[in-house]
Design a protein around this ligand. Structure first.
Ligand SMILES: Nc1ncnc2c1ncn2[C@@H]1O[C@H](COP(=O)(O)OP(=O)(O)O)[C@@H](O)[C@H]1O
Ligand SMILES: [Mg+2]
Length: 372
């Protein structure tokens, strides 16, 4: 449905030259929900705007549904591309009704020739789009008299009414409160899934990306660091940067001992003298210094210090540790532990009783640790 190849976008201003998008390549299958995840300023919106035709590209190629829309030789105008876009600051026209807003892209003023349709059909398609977002009962209300979540749904309906092949969503939920944001995640995913519409979703919010996406591309400084499913990104990051962008992570440093221990497994010597068993990262591990990454919720705790087991006999790492800080957040217990090689954070069940200073053993399965 979409192919983006070696896309570059450079901005030149008085402040200097910015490589906003720096050699980005990805493609999206028909009906796929694809997310660009990364910190603010990493080039997500610029990538999306290049696909939409709101920016000219510096070099590379963009193809939508088999047609090249941007390359060194071609630039197709935004309103001729088969796409629709929702922005973070969804513009609802306050002087129109809800239905008026949704029908707008079908009116002569709202679009090129492509969508020009008669009055009756406009109304029908507008109502149909409102039904999709469950707002048909508010069709005749003035748009400003809607809640934030309802306004965002209107913006979505206005996108869907033009029956685009590709839907582009740029941080569409970031103006909503936390609870609504979670509900809307599900609604958007459900709606695009039912309609079978290909979607590019842009966000800096890892929970949004992980819960909604078929594929995630993790971006940093204009580049894609890793692309994969939510599971692949979250549980098998190829670098500490990816691991951090996708969530909270523990990182221990060590030296590679033996990378051929068993298929895909490796042993790392920590500074404390402890040998740690890990999975090798997908991109493989180099020589010498490595970083071991594992998620706080994959750490389990046994009270008391347990006798060391020989590392070969088990695929679970155990580390003696001492509780240094406890945050009770209600839905979980976030506990900081002091270990020989620094600090480890664990996300534990809230009914676990621990006190600062307690001595414990931390257990971390080798399969949940990635060395890079
Ligand atoms: N029109 C512009 N002129 C100059 N620099 C820009 C322009 N748009 C974006 N940038 C810069 O490009 C980089 C990427 O921006 P953007 O794509 O908006 O990031 P994101 O959406 O990931 O937060 C930033 O450094 C930003 O300052
Ligand atoms: Mg942005």
């Amino acid at each position: 449905m979409l192919r983006v190849e070696n896309l570059r976008k450079t901005f030149t201003s008085e402040a200097g030259v910015v490589d906003a998008v720096d050699d980005v390549t990805f493609s999206i299958a028909s009906g796929e929900f694809f997310t660009l995840l990364g910190p603010s300023g990493c080039g997500k919106s610029t990538t999306l705007r290049c696909v939409a035709g709101l920016e000219t590209i510096t070099s590379g190629m963009i193809e939508i549904d088999g047609e090249v829309v941007a390359s060194d030789f071609r630039y197709m105008e935004a309103n001729r591309r088969p796409i629709s876009m929702v922005f973070q600051s969804y513009a609802i026209w306050p002087h129109m009704t809800v239905l008026g807003n949704v029908m707008f892209p079908l009116s002569t003023r709202g679009s090129g020739k492509r969508h020009r349709v008669g009055r009756k059909e406009r109304r029908e398609r507008g109502m149909e789009a409102l039904k999709m977002v469950q707002l048909d009962h508010l069709a005749d209300r003035d748009a400003p008299f809607l809640s934030g979540g309802q306004q965002q749904r209107v913006a979505l309906a206005r996108c869907l009414v033009a029956q685009p092949k590709l839907l582009l969503l740029d941080e569409p939920l970031s103006n909503l409160d936390a609870k609504l944001r979670e509900e809307m995640r599900f609604e958007i995913k459900d709606l695009t899934g039912r309609l079978g519409i290909s979607t590019i979703y842009v966000t800096h919010d890892q929970a949004e990306a992980l819960s909604m996406s078929d594929q995630i591309a993790v971006m940093s400084a204009g580049k894609i660091l890793q692309q994969g499913t939510s599971r692949e990104i979250y549980l098998g990051p190829v670098s500490a940067s990816v691991a951090r962008i996708a969530g909270n992570v523990n990182i221990l440093e060590g030296t590679l001992v033996d990378s051929a221990k068993s298929l895909g497994e490796t042993e790392v010597l920590l500074a404390s003298g402890k040998v740690f068993r890990c999975r090798m990262s997908e991109t493989g591990v180099g020589e010498g210094k490595v970083e071991i990454m594992f998620r706080p919720e994959l750490v389990t705790v046994r009270l008391g210090i347990e006798p060391e087991l020989p590392v070969d006999s088990t695929s679970v790492n155990s580390l003696p540790a001492r509780v240094s800080r406890i945050d009770f957040t209600g839905d979980h217990l976030k506990v900081h532990f002091k270990v020989g090689d620094g600090e480890i954070i664990a996300k534990l069940a809230p009914d676990l009783v621990l006190t600062k200073g307690d001595e414990v053993t931390l257990l971390i399965k080798a399969e949940n640790c990635v060395a890079q």
